[in-house]
Design a protein around this ligand. Sequence first.
Ligand code: ATP
Length: 246
Amino acid sequence: MDQPLIQIKNISKKFGDNHVLNGADFCIYKGEVTTVIGKSGGGKSVLLKHIIGLVEPDSGMILFQGQPVSEMKKAEKRAMRKKFSYMFQGTALFDSMTVFENIALPLMEKTSLRKKEIQQQVEEKMQQLDLNDINDKYPSQLSGGMKKRVAMARALITDPEIVLFDEPTTGLDPIRKNAVHSMISDYQKKFGFTAVVVSHEIPDVFYISQRIAMLEQGKILFEGSPDEIQKLPDSVVQNFIQGVES
Ligand SMILES: Nc1ncnc2c1ncn2[C@@H]1O[C@H](COP(=O)(O)OP(=O)(O)OP(=O)(O)O)[C@@H](O)[C@H]1O
C-alpha cells in the first residue's frame, strides 16, 4: 500500500485526570474516506483536532506525508494547513455574519479572488447544497439542518484537499442525511479529496467509506474496510456496530 497521507502514531492526550487518548495509532490514505467511529465522549473530536493541529498530543506524533508535523517549520505548517478544511460539530458559524458572508469567509481569508468571482463560487456552492434564497439570512434564522449545510458549504468552498467532518449529519432528517453522505461521496469521485469523518451513522456511513477506524478506550481497536469490520469476530466491535449495550 502507498505511504499514508497522514499517520497518527501512538498519540496520548489527557485533560486533567481524563485520559482521552491512550496510544492511538492509525493511518489516513490519500483519496479515501476514512470514518472514525466509537462511543460518545470517547475522544473522536479530540483525535480530529490533533490531525489539524488544534490540539497537541502529550506524547506520540502526527506525520504528514511522512514528515513529523512537530518538526515542520512555520511556513511548512502553514502550507500544510492550507490543504485542510474542518467542519466543526457545532457548525461554528459566525452569528453576526450572513449566510453568504459565512460561506465566503475562507475565500476572503485564503485567496485573492475578486468580489465577483467570490460571489459566483459561493452561489454555485449554495446551489449544490440546496441552499436557495437565504444569502442575507443570519444563522440564528435557520433550522439546524440548514446550518449544517451552510457549514458544509463553507468547509468545501475552497475545494480543499483534505476535509475533516465532525458529525456532519447529526440532527438531520433521513433525507438530508443521505444527501450529505452522497455529497461527500460525489466530492470524492469528482475531486478525489481525502475525507476524515466522525460519525455515529452506522451502517449508513460504511457505504461511503473505504476505511473505518474504531476508537475504544483511547486506542484504535480496529482499522480496516467496512466489510472487514462487519465480519470481525470481536464482541466489543460487533456489539457497538449493532447498537447492543455491552
Ligand atoms: N479542551 C478540552 N478540555 C478538557 N476536556 C476536553 C477538551 N476537549 C475534549 N475534552 C474531553 O475529552 C473527552 C472526549 O471528547 P470528544 O468530544 O473528543 O468525544 P467524542 O468521541 O467526539 O464524543 P461525541 O461522539 O459525543 O461527540 C470528553 O470527556 C471531553 O469532555
